[in-house]
Design a protein around this ligand. Structure first.
Ligand code: ATP
Length: 264
């Protein structure tokens, strides 16, 4: 369905996105759509183009060509309207090292002009407690561990309840309890209508959480769909996501490479 802004009714849409850095084409014609309330997984090997695609979708990088749409809004044409709807967690979360967790949440809430008052205070307290950061109150983020920075980064998105979450490796560096918390939270948010697009190397996370996944390989989408659809595309009945991933992103067989390494 096409909207007044020329977009579609998809919550997130990549339309023929291309990003070139000189002679390197990092992303080469990537197209997909995620619908409202869907958890959509974006999978690919190191350097495949996941972060570059997410950064174009959130407006952090300008595409060489193509379009990124959030709720049907072209993020390059109307960045403020599109960005007001989304929350983006980078693989290295943008957090302020000289603020405490609470100050940072307040700073983000101010940036987005959330009204001050009891409701905001309550939401901040709940988020800090949910992510097990309440006891760190008063400590500067600069002293946080990687996992704690990841959690305060997530909390800074959730403070303002965006309808679309773009998350680059959201469980990266989290301990098993925190990773489980994030998975449960994302499922609950999606059930309430939030659209989640996440990139991950952890295939179990994708298999457990995502209704559909896209597999990107050297800048191209090589497969997209539900697990059953991917099995059909790969011609591998009964395969799990790891088998499918390895088959669809065919690289040199690691066993062969290990043997060659150990021979020399
Ligand atoms: P990883 O899983 O390792 O984070 P990725 O799938 O997120 O990888 P990208 O970071 O999107 O991959 O990188 C895709 C390609 O683009 C890589 O070949 C990378 O070297 C190249 N690239 C990314 N950023 C730049 C840049 N600023 N300048 C030049 N090349 C870049």
């Amino acid at each position: 369905m096409t909207t007044a802004q020329g977009g579609t009714s998809a919550a997130v849409e990549a339309r023929q996105l291309v990003k070139r850095y000189g002679v390197v084409t990092a992303v080469d014609g990537v197209s997909f759509q995620a619908t409202r309330g869907e958890i959509f997984g974006f999978l690919g090997a190191n350097g495949a183009g996941k972060t570059t695609t997410l950064r174009m979708l959130c407006g952090l990088l300008r595409p060489t060509s193509g379009m990124a749409l959030i709720d049907g809004i072209d993020i390059q044409a109307d960045p403020l309207a599109a960005k007001a709807r989304l929350g983006y967690l980078d693989e290295e979360p943008f957090v302020h090292p000289h603020l405490t967790g609470r100050e940072f949440l307040n700073f983000v809430a101010d940036l987005y002009r959330m009204p001050r008052g009891q409701q905001r205070e309550q939401r901040m307290a709940r988020l800090l407690s949910l992510f097990d950061l309440a006891q760190k109150d008063g400590e500067l983020i600069g002293g946080y561990s990687h996992g704690m920075r990841q959690k305060i980064g997530l909390a800074s998105l959730l403070i303002r309840e965006p309808s679309v979450l773009l998350l680059d490796e959201p469980t990266n560096g989290l301990d098993p309890r925190s990773a489980r918390l994030v998975k449960d939270l994302l499922e609950e948010l999606a059930a309430r209508g939030t659209t989640v697009l996440l990139s991950t190397h952890i295939l179990e996370v994708a298999q457990a959480l995502c209704r559909r996944v896209a597999i990107i390989d050297r800048g191209h989408i090589v497969a997209i769909g539900t697990m059953d659809e991917l099995r059909v595309q790969a011609g591998s009945e009964g395969a799990n996501l790891e088998d499918l991933f390895l088959k669809l992103t065919a690289g040199p067989e690691s066993r062969e490479m290990i043997e060659r390494l150990l021979e020399s």
